[in-house]
Design a protein around this ligand. Structure first.
Ligand code: SF4
Ligand code: SF4
Length: 134
């Protein structure tokens, strides 16, 4: 396939190893996401924030469990249909748009990321994914 025909799915395929769900990810959740996740796990937004989040400054981020994985990781993402935008767009994230080197750094920990394509293709794919309305 010619490089200029590559789509996001051609340069990233999740292997479901869970490595990106481990360690402090700073996965922030918006008000709308809090409501969606709370509803999905049958609780209310306040209880969700108190029980499943920690604060990063004044922003709630999803908490880590004792095993250092995200509290919603259990061999898979247990809130997959409503997971935060940050998780849904990974690895097509803003920081790659800012600095393409981040794609290559992320690839060291994510076996699903392909690096043997030109940076221009990666940039194009990131732009395409981030322009989607989530
Ligand atoms: S590290 Fe990459 S391959 Fe592994 S679960 Fe996360 S996105 Fe998928
Ligand atoms: S919400 Fe799901 S995808 Fe996001 S870090 Fe937690 S387990 Fe991983």
């Amino acid at each position: 396939m010619r490089y200029n025909m590559l789509q996001p799915a051609n340069i990233f395929e999740c292997k479901r190893c869970g490595d990106c769900c481990k360690g402090y990810g700073g996965t922030y959740v918006t008000k709308k996401e809090i409501e969606s996740i709370a509803s999905y796990i049958h609780t209310d937004p306040e209880t969700f924030v108190e029980t499943y989040c920690q604060q990063s400054g004044s922003t709630p981020v999803i908490a880590q469990g004792k095993n250092s994985y995200c509290i919603f990781w259990d061999g898979r993402c247990t809130i997959h249909p409503v997971k935060p935008r940050m998780c849904r767009t990974w690895p097509f994230i803003e920081s790659v748009r800012v600095d393409i080197n981040n794609w290559h750094i992320m690839a060291r920990v994510c076996p699903g990321i392909r690096t043997n394509v030109p940076d221009s293709v990666v940039r194009e794919c990131v732009n395409r994914e981030l322009s989607k309305d989530f």
